[in-house]
Design a protein around this ligand. Structure first.
Ligand code: PLP
Length: 394
């Protein structure tokens, strides 16, 4: 007799009930179609610069194929510390205040699991990157959303934070430059938010993975603000700025007790980030600045191209100051964000992500990643223009 197992009943309900990523769902569809131009995935089109790849090949030749320390290669941690001191004048001890992780993704998971208990609340701006709320839920905490909107430049305000705080609030998560909106935030606004954070003794998780991709103004690194180094866990990585998504290297910087707590989980679940990725990341930091600046210039040109294209289409678009996303308002077409993305894909073979994949506040928008060549972008915008014209009756 064959006995079948009802896996849905066996599964941990917390995991079972997490909705699938709105981005992945869409991209399973895209992968089955031919001739699609994708403005969907938030990933640089550039291949990792050759000197970085070459240094990895060289490290393999030398036989660097083993586990590293749980904290990651000391040389890489030292280089990260130098990079942060140079960019933001904020110092960390490479021995116990830096943890190399499997991308910022793992760092996010570790930070939330190390901090949050069932019943705790974490403030998450919305629209937001798709993994924040699921990571919080997996740790048993309750995500509480700070509803940002185009009217306030998709920026969190001190009033919003103050209003959302309850006795259960433990963490404020911030991500500037932002995915999916491309919004940045000024030092003055951050200083005001941080006053509220300090008053209520909150911890900040600051995801600054797009810090180097800032086109207007200057990026403010949250731990560099007065009194914030001690209450911030800073997350950053190599995926976006050095076109290294597949290498899987990120890092966390913060208080040694907290880094130790994250390392406790990491040593049992990941052990260490891949040594190949760590060797490559070291080369990126040592010698990759000019190639990175070059890529940033390309993104900036594409950003301007995107803004001009949306203006010509008649779709109002918030001006993104960072990252590589444009977030045009599509409400004028009379379509929901899912309808817009679905019909655009079917009719024009252009893939964008419906804004509601990033939470309720994303409804009425679509996310277009401009991390693709000018030729592809121009063709995609032409197709989109025809699609939008038909909807707007022009
Ligand atoms: N944080 C944000 C805001 C992102 O947009 C992404 C990837 O898209 C990540 C974290 C994950 O980055 P990583 O490749 O380092 O895991």
């Amino acid at each position: 007799m064959t006995v079948t197992t009802d896996w849905r009943r066996k599964l941990n309900p917390v995991v079972r009930d997490i909705p699938p990523s709105g981005i992945r769902r869409f991209f399973d569809l895209v992968s089955e179609m031919k001739g699609v131009i994708s403005l969907g995935v938030g990933e640089p089109d550039f291949v990792t610069p050759w000197h970085i790849r070459e240094s990895c090949v060289y490290s393999l030749e030398k036989g660097y194929t083993h586990y590293t320390s749980n904290h990651g290669l000391l040389e890489l941690r030292e280089e990260i510390v130098r990079d942060m001191e140079g960019n933001y004048k904020v110092s960390y001890n490479p021995l116990n205040e830096i943890l190399i992780t499997v991308g910022v993704s793992e760092a996010l998971d570790l930070a939330m699991r190390a901090l949050l208990c069932p019943g705790d609340e974490i403030l998450i701006p919305e629209p937001s990157y798709v993994s924040y709320a699921p990571c919080a839920t997996l740790s048993g905490a309750r995500p509480v959303y700070l509803k940002t909107s185009v009217e306030n430049g998709f920026q969190v305000t001190p009033e919003m934070v103050e209003k959302a705080i309850t006795p259960a609030t433990k963490v404020l998560l911030l991500c500037y430059p932002n995915n999916p909106t491309g919004a940045t935030i000024g030092r003055g606004q951050l200083l005001e938010i941080m006053e509220v954070v300090k008053q209520h003794d909150l911890i900040v998780i600051s995801d600054e993975i797009y810090d180097k991709l800032t086109y207007t103004g200057k990026h403010t690194c949250i731990p560099s603000l007065p009194g914030m180094r001690e209450r911030t866990i800073l997350l950053n990585g190599f995926s976006k700025s050095y076109a290294m998504t597949g290498w899987r290297v990120g890092y966390a910087a913060g208080n040694p007790d907290f880094i130790e707590a994250m390392k406790k989980i990491h040593q049992y679940t990941a052990l260490c980030a891949p040594i190949t990725g760590q060797s490559a990341a070291l080369e990126a930091l040592k010698n990759g600045r000019s190639q990175m600046n070059n890529m940033v210039e390309h993104y900036n040109r594409r950003r301007r191209l995107a803004l001009q294209a949306f203006e010509e289409m008649g779709l109002p678009c918030f001006e993104p100051g960072g990252a590589f996303y444009a977030f045009p308002d599509i409400t004028g077409t009379g379509l929901t964000s899912e309808e817009f993305a679905g019909e655009l894909l079917k009719e024009a073979k252009v893939a964008v992500v419906p804004g509601n994949a990033f939470g309720e506040q994303g409804e009425g928008f679509v996310r277009c990643a401009y991390a693709t060549s000018v030729e592809e972008l121009s063709e995609a915008f032409q197709r989109m223009r025809r699609f939008v014209r038909r909807r707007l009756g022009r």
